[in-house]
Ligand binder design. Structure first.
Ligand code: HPA
Length: 274
């Protein structure tokens, strides 16, 4: 274990723990682009700005707030991460995964990831919500490179990276709430360009259903630490070339923001009985 990397987790966790008082979050929710509004569902919140947490960088991307929000959702104490560290911002995979490792150090056992993504599957349209069944890491990076961190395994099994029971619960919640829910494979790329039409066709042949620029490093670190993962992609646009429309971050944020309430209700329904 590199002293530096484990120290970064311990230092950040110590500051956050101090601010938690007697709150003990068991679920962490990573809020994707435009989905920060989801944090507003968290009741009795305390907010911890990234500026106060050692090693946490203030986000450079519009739509990411830069704070942790601790409170209750569905009767559970949760910690929401509003603002993630993307590798395209210049962060290493290790930095992208730092918050997840801090959550585990705080005792969190379940990680819920959300993101905005382009639709590869032809039947997906803007506003489709996709439960992530699996992912393909095409970033070429891993947060596990280097010495094994305390509590993590060298060669984590990824056969069921997205927990089967949580997915069953998500499908049941969607059914109960009348929220249409697709399910498919998320492909994580480095970005920050959107894909070319040829790349989208390639990803389709590789078995991808949605494509984005986040999530995979976080889930890899979570699995290495034995956390259970659940993920939702909001499809904000058909992938490049599927529709003739050019892609824009403004459109991504607008659609993601509009679907945030539904994604929030799904997450609340899943975490309540945990
Ligand atoms: N590609 C990659 N990331 C994205 C997209 C996309 O089309 N839409 C939202 N995030």
């Amino acid at each position: 274990m590199t002293g530096a990397a484990s120290d970064a987790v311990a230092r950040a966790a110590a500051v956050v723990r101090e601010r938690l008082g007697n709150r003990r979050p068991t679920v962490a929710i990573v809020l994707g682009s435009g989905l920060g509004g989801l944090a507003d569902r968290i009741a009795d919140p305390i907010r911890i700005g990234y500026g106060d947490i050692p090693g946490f960088h203030v986000p450079t991307v519009e739509g990411h707030r830069g704070e942790l929000v601790v409170g209750t959702l569905g009767g559970k104490t949760v910690i929401g991460q509003s603002g993630r560290f993307h590798m395209y911002e210049g962060h290493s995979a290790d930095e992208a995964a730092l918050p997840v490792r801090v959550f585990r150090a705080l005792g969190v056992e379940t990680l819920v990831v959300t993101n905005a993504a382009g639709g590869i599957r032809r039947t997906f349209s803007a506003g489709t919500i996709m439960l992530i069944s699996d992912h393909i890491n095409l970033t070429g990076r891993s947060p596990l490179i280097g010495p094994v961190r305390p509590g993590e395994t060298r060669f984590p099994d990824m056969t069921v990276a997205y927990d089967a029971d949580l997915r069953t619960a998500a499908r049941a919640t969607a059914e109960r709430l009348g929220i249409p829910l697709a399910e498919g494979v998320y492909v994580g790329l480095l970005g920050p360009t959107y894909e070319t039409p040829s790349e989208v066709r390639m990803l389709e042949r590789l078995g991808g259903d949605a494509v984005g620029m986040s999530t995979v490093a976080e889930v890899i670190a979570a699995r290495a630490g034995g956390m259970r993962c659940l993920g939702f992609s909001t499809i904000t646009n058909p992938g490049a070339g599927i529709s003739p429309m050019p892609l824009s971050h403004a459109e991504v944020m607008e659609i993601a923001g509009r679907m945030g309430d539904r994604v929030g209700r799904l997450i609340e329904g899943v975490v309540a009985p945990l």
